[in-house]
Design a protein around this ligand. Structure first.
Ligand SMILES: [Fe+2]
Length: 383
């Protein structure tokens, strides 16, 4: 069989853990995968955790239905305690909804039983390559001081980062030597956010989607629309530093309370400076926590002094913080989130824009969360 890995093979033979309670599918997976990988197997969630805690695992194929726990539940546990282990869900009980649920919780992919062998091997190889990229980025952002140094140091760090990423990557980066062109950088930005934390990537993807929806309702040029989609996607890029990421950290509540790293707008806008993105993208990153009444941060800008695209992203990210699921808090419904935000129209947010946003999300609320997760700025940049 003509298989694996990629143009840039991993340095060690990867170890896969097959988690399935049924001997038939488990043995089939072992037979298919054994020629190319080291294989471990577990027939329950607790056995899988034991293996994970006792040896290095690169990738897990996870049956969605296990005797002691649901696969999705185990997946969340794995991504919490072993964030660098990639997971592919293999299930006979699949549906689009459960597939998206698994991917939202950090699964790299999804296969339905009975699976096609070529499809399985191709997905495993793609996922291992993605793991190489994420491991490289995790190490880089966890150790680099240059990214947060002077503009010259930051530019040098970016060129090392992009070169290292290119060396692992392949077609996803487009043609070599065009690493500063925007379409080429989008997969890197997405991987950077995911390398920091899957929740950060999910948040940024949804915020970009909500901001783009609102941008479509107002009179923006095509260039402004593109800057809005990208700026919203990168609005929290200042959080990829070595400090641990907590979604709740950036809880900008509509009452104006904000906890966590208040430097991230400035850090983020400085970070992207060497990339020569549009000025609007930098403004969105720098000003997305400013308030209409001047009580925001970090600059205390007020009213029309806050660039319009940053005002849009401020609304979009607040809406996402109110409506997104996270441990320990029940998310608000779309209606309740709109009611909450409208209370602060004219103080925290620009009044007309808030009303338009509220009207817009209520109009398409039936499909809103699914749509927000289903698209990325990478998709939109091609449209
Ligand atoms: Fe933020």
């Amino acid at each position: 069989m003509n298989v694996p890995v990629t143009s840039e093979p991993v340095k060690h033979k990867p170890t896969l853990l097959v988690v399935d309670d049924e001997a038939g599918p488990r043995d089939a997976l072992k037979v298919i995968l054994r020629p190319f990988f080291n294989i471990q197997a577990a027939e329950s969630a607790s056995a899988a955790i034991d293996v994970l805690n006792s040896r290095h695992i690169d990738l897990i194929t996870l049956d969605q239905k296990l005797p002691d726990r649901q696969g999705l539940d185990l997946l969340q546990d794995i991504k919490h305690h072993h964030a660098d282990v990639e997971v592919i869900i293999i299930t006979g009980y699949g549906s689009l909804k459960s597939a998206m649920e698994g991917i939202r919780h950090g699964a790299a992919g999804y296969l339905l039983k009975p699976f096609n062998v070529t499809e399985l091997l191709s997905l495993v190889n793609q996922t291992l390559e993605k793991k190489q990229r994420l491991d490289f980025l995790r190490h880089f952002i966890g150790t680099s001081t240059g990214l947060w140094g002077s503009e010259t140091e930051c530019a040098q760090a970016w060129s090392e980062l992009i070169a290292g990423y290119h060396a692992i990557g392949k077609s996803t980066l487009g043609h070599e030597g065009k690493s500063d062109s925007l379409p080429d950088l989008l997969p890197l930005f997405s991987d950077l956010l995911e390398a920091k934390d899957r929740q950060l990537l999910n948040h940024c993807s949804r915020v970009s989607f909500y901001a783009t929806l609102l941008g479509n309702r107002i009179d923006l040029t095509l260039a402004e629309q593109k800057s809005l989609a990208l700026g919203a996607f990168l609005h929290d890029i200042g959080k990829i530093g070595p400090e641990p990421y907590q979604f709740a950290d950036d809880e900008i509540t509509v009452t104006g309370e904000a906890v966590g790293n208040r430097n991230h707008p400035e850090q983020g806008s400085k970070l992207v400076l060497p990339l020569k993105l549009s000025a609007e993208v930098g403004q969105i990153i720098a000003y997305h926590h400013e308030r209409w009444d001047g009580a925001g941060y970090p600059f205390g800008l007020k009213e029309e002094g806050i660039p319009q695209l940053a005002r849009i992203v401020c609304l979009a990210q607040t809406f996402d913080h109110l409506t997104a699921e996270r441990p320990g808090r029940t998310p608000l419904s779309i209606d309740d989130a709109c009611r909450e935000m409208l209370k602060y129209a004219g103080t925290h947010f620009e009044k007309n824009l808030t009303e338009l946003f509220s009207h817009m999300v209520q109009e398409c609320k039936a499909s809103l969360p699914a749509m927000a997760m289903a698209t990325t700025p990478t998709d939109r940049s091609n449209s």
